[in-house]
Design a protein around this ligand. Structure first.
Ligand SMILES: Nc1ncnc2c1ncn2[C@@H]1O[C@H](COP(=O)(O)OP(=O)(O)OP(=O)(O)O)[C@@H](O)[C@H]1O
Ligand SMILES: [Mg+2]
Length: 313
């Protein structure tokens, strides 16, 4: 059954069409990964689906119902939950309080505070600790738990691996099968392409807000993905690479000139052949700027940048 159906969607930041003519479907129970370079429109897409950004044109149908103009809190009640880029926890609230924030407009279902703490066992002992004292990976786990507590049918995950060491990323992704088993469908944005290909049933690649490639991971050649990710023109004319500054990445998508993975924070040290993220002054993305009433927390909550720390327990 088709759970999410997006047709001819446009979304704007001022005059800029961050999403253009986008068609996308997600089948219930499946995992769709949206990939693309910095500024491709990935966060804009998730935010538009969650309703924290308006659609400029086109339609979004969820479980057969047109939700294009539905306010964000009604979408939560309908079963859509966003784990936003940058986590957006309340740093001064405890772990448990941050989780409970997600319970507002909660649907009935398997997820509650205790169940989330079973998923991430370290949380139980630290439930009263403030979120500000958590490592980046721990904060990410709390952000995922907060979304789960609303018992979503569709979980939107925006770059859960960003800024985390590979070992931490693996631990975060280890919980995905259990989340899917509980009946949730996942639409995730991931800049670590190798990670996306590992977990997704379908991959959808964006370039400057438009679909440039889609398919099942097994059907897509690495070369095809690289070309789509950076755009064929970007390969020929590195100086004109979208969002780039003529960086080595644009002319060298295979990353041969970037053995340390310096432009690929999440994939650093990962030898799985991740396509490097384009270098940019602010890889955390511009989409995390304006806090919204329907989003849970302030931007850049606390020491989210404490990268490379491991999730305990
Ligand atoms: N609040 C904003 N105001 C103006 N322009 C914005 C805003 N947020 C994003 N943009 C622009 O919209 C485009 C898409 O941005 P978006 O954040 O959706 O991309 P992304 O694929 O999530 O990138 P990243 O990988 O950096 O997170 C970019 O050109 C970006 O500069
Ligand atoms: Mg983004």
């Amino acid at each position: 059954m088709t759970l999410l159906e997006i047709s001819d969607l446009y979304a704007y930041h001022g005059q800029l069409a961050a999403i253009s003519a986008l068609d996308l479907t997600v089948e219930e129970g499946q995992t769709l990964a949206v990939i693309g370079a910095n500024g491709a429109g990935k966060s804009t897409l998730l935010r538009t689906i969650a309703g924290v950004m308006p659609a400029g044109a086109g339609s979004i149908r969820f479980d057969g119902r047109d939700i294009t103009r539905l306010p964000a809190h009604h979408r939560v009640a309908a079963g859509i939950a966003l784990v936003p880029e940058g986590r957006r926890l309340f740093p001064s609230l405890s772990v448990e309080e941050n989780l409970l924030v997600g319970g507002y407009r909660r649907r009935p279902g398997p997820w509650n505070v205790d169940r989330v703490m079973e998923l991430f066992p370290w949380m139980a002992q630290r439930r009263r600790q403030s979120a500000a004292g958590l490592s980046g990976g721990e904060q990410q786990a709390v952000a995922i738990g907060r979304a789960l507590i609303s018992n979503p049918r569709l979980l939107l995950l925006d770059e859960v691996s960003l800024g985390l060491a590979p070992v931490v990323v693996r631990r975060i992704y280890q919980v995905l099968p259990e989340i899917l088993r509980a009946g949730t469908t996942a639409l995730l944005v991931e800049q670590d392409v190798a990670q996306a290909l590992r977990v997704a049933d379908h991959v959808h690649c964006l370039l400057e807000g438009r679909t440039v490639l889609r398919g099942r991971p097994g059907e897509l050649a690495r070369e095809q993905i690289e070309r789509a990710y950076f755009g064929v023109d970007a390969r020929r004319q590195p100086a004109a690479a979208p969002g780039g500054s003529g960086s080595a990445d644009a002319s060298d998508p295979a990353g041969a000139g970037d053995p340390a993975g310096a432009s690929d924070p999440a994939g650093a040290g990962d030898e799985s052949g991740a396509i490097p993220r384009q270098a940019g002054p602010n890889p955390a993305g511009s989409g995390a700027s304006e806090p919204s009433a329907s989003e849970p927390g302030p931007a850049g909550a606390g020491p989210a940048g404490k990268a490379d720390e491991e999730v305990t327990g």
